[in-house]
Ligand binder design. Structure first.
Ligand code: HEM
Length: 410
């Protein structure tokens, strides 16, 4: 496919990403676009290329449910949000996040049983132990408070969990957390990002190779074993699947732990409702996922054919960014959308995307968030911020929204 010609614009489209004026709300322009132009052109800040933004809930689902869009980031027109030199782009192997059916389906099917509701139910007790261990360590540090909740709790919990699931030694967490961060940050140099990809690849390749001869009781070993009996993929695919799990499995949930904790501390009436009715927690988790929609532009696509969406035609070869932070604040679906309401029925949110690529780890994320918020506020009932919100640094520069630090005391 060749790149489409840049249309001659009457007006210069707005730049993307757009900044938030308030850390608890989407950029103000989202609400305006949703009403006036729910499928609107924009220019990517990273390279000035034109793309489409989709801001309405129904149109978001329509687009991501359409088999005529591709997730293949190597296609011209795909709206990349980090600068990647063309040569590097074409040389890196695709993970299944960026594959289309049928290749995508083969790998997704191999992994799906690992994330079933039943598996997650069986995992609850172990997640609870991990969360309790981390809180014991926080309490032991008590005398030194304030403590940074991001490095001493929000990141270790999901890192520990995904390490155990995959069979990755937790001692190595410092290294893979750094590589993952470099891969997902807009402002890291090309050279550093390239190095992070290379080193993470080599690290995971080493792990997979070791498990091929000495399997353990873990997800990577089960993938290898399954593939030995029912050959479906190559060694390099198992490496890329494992790498994808390791990267996506900790950073996202860590950001939600920190942001969700902050939001509940800043909305004491919502926290009080949860304390009075702990059974509200599953609803609160959905609402916090909706409220922050941390992977706002994480579902980039490119059109394979001309697609009518709303009032526009997205031409074959053009890039599209369905924005889940915009769709999740659509008042047609979520009345008074900027208000955090732990009693809201928010389950139809799109924080995990929609369609064939909808987050495979969503039940794991839900489990971790439920156990984390419940246990943290129960065991540290006097938890409070040690720095005013205005001084906190939010990850406005990253693909996944979050907090750099969250100093707390109790
Ligand atoms: C896909 C968000 C946690 C693994 C996705 C997508 C979103 C998302 C929006 C769709 C991407 C697309 O359509 O292109 C989130 C959020 C999380 C979270 C907000 C936490 C709060 C996790 C966890 C894992 C995980 C814990 C664990 C392994 C994946 C994978 C995919 C994915 C492998 C690709 C699925 C596919 O292409 O079929 N996630 N995720 N995610 N997520 Fe998550």
């Amino acid at each position: 496919m060749t790149a489409p010609a840049e249309p001659a614009d009457e007006a210069v489209p707005p730049e993307f990403p757009m900044r938030r004026a308030c850390p608890f709300s989407p950029p103000a322009a989202y609400a305006e676009l949703r009403e006036s132009e729910p499928v609107a052109p924009a220019r990517l800040k990273v390279n000035g290329k034109r793309t489409w933004l989709v801001t309405r809930h129904d149109l978001y689902k329509k687009l991501l449910g359409d088999a005529r869009v591709s997730a293949n980031l190597k296609l011209p027109g795909y709206p990349l949000q980090v600068p990647v030199p063309e040569e590097t782009l074409q040389s890196v192997p695709l993970t299944f996040l960026s594959m289309d059916p049928p290749d995508h389906t083969v790998q997704r099917r191999m992994l799906a049983p690992e994330f079933s509701v039943r598996r997650m139910r069986e995992l609850r007790e172990r997640v609870q132990q991990i969360v309790d261990q981390q809180i014991d360590q926080l309490l032991a540090k008590g005398a030194e408070s304030p403590v940074d909740l991001v490095t001493s709790f929000a990141l270790p919990v999901p890192s520990f969990v995904i390490c155990e699931l995959l069979g990755v030694p937790y001692e190595d967490h410092g290294r893979f957390e750094e590589w993952a961060w470099a891969i997902m940050n807009h402002e890291v140099s090309d050279e550093d990002r390239g190095r992070a990809h290379y080193e993470l690849d080599r690290y995971v390749d080493g792990l997979v190779t070791a498990k091929e001869s000495a399997p353990g009781d873990d997800m990577i070993s089960r993938l290898i074993e399954f593939n030995r009996h029912t050959p479906a993929v190559e060694h390099s695919d198992i490496v890329s699947m494992s790498k994808l799990m390791l990267v996506t499995g900790h950073e996202t949930t860590a950001n939600m732990i920190a942001l969700g904790t902050l939001a509940l501390l800043e909305h004491p009436e919502q926290l009080a409702a949860l304390r009075a009715e702990p059974e509200l927690m599953p609803k609160a988790v959905e609402e916090l996922l909706r409220f922050f929609s941390i992977s706002d532009a994480g579902t980039a696509r490119v059109a394979l054919e001309d697609i009518e969406l709303g009032d526009v035609t997205i031409r074959a070869g053009e890039g599209v960014l369905p924005l889940n932070n915009a769709a999740n604040h659509d008042e047609r679906v979520f009345p008074d959308p900027d208000r955090l309401d732990v009693r809201r029925e928010a389950r139809s949110h799109l924080a995990f995307g929609y369609g064939v690529h909808q987050c495979i780890g969503q039940n794991l994320a839900r489990l971790e968030l439920d156990v984390v918020y419940t246990t943290l506020f129960r065991r540290l009932p006097t938890l409070r911020l040690a720095t005013p919100v205005e001084k906190l640094r939010f990850k406005d520069d990253a693909i996944v929204y979050g907090l750099y630090e969250l100093p707390v005391t109790w």
